[in-house]
Design a binder for this molecule. Structure first.
Ligand SMILES: [Zn+2]
Length: 116
């Protein structure tokens, strides 16, 4: 495989990568900010990145109120970015491999600093 052809969105599962991110910020039982767990009837929507409603009236997605709120790159790219950063790959090589701006790599390096 030519690394220049590598596209995380084509080789990784969006659902699996989002699930990793959800677990990183919410643990095994995602919940509303009121404390109520995400209901079984809407968990699929939540896992696909959709907005769900809580009986308390709040509407939220997995990313609401987290460092992933408003992110413009795919869960697959974030997972690869986190992996490459953990392997101490240089910012410029990561940017080149994932075809994103070096500034984006720097930003996520700072943001992901607190996430294992
Ligand atoms: Zn709630």
């Amino acid at each position: 495989m030519m690394i220049s052809d590598f596209n995380p969105d084509k080789v990784l599962s969006e659902l699996s990568c989002r699930d990793l991110l959800i677990r990183a910020v919410h643990g095994d039982e995602p919940s509303c900010s009121c404390g109520a767990p995400v209901r079984k009837s809407v968990i699929g929507t939540y896992q696909r990145g959709g907005t769900v409603a809580c009986p308390c009236g709040r509407r939220f997605s997995w990313a609401s109120g987290t460092l992933f709120s408003g992110m413009k790159i795919s869960p697959q790219t974030i997972v690869m970015l986190a992996l490459l950063l953990s392997l101490s790959v240089s910012e410029s090589r990561i940017a080149e491999t994932l075809k994103i701006d070096r500034e984006t790599v720097k930003l996520w390096k700072i943001r992901l600093g607190g996430v294992e």
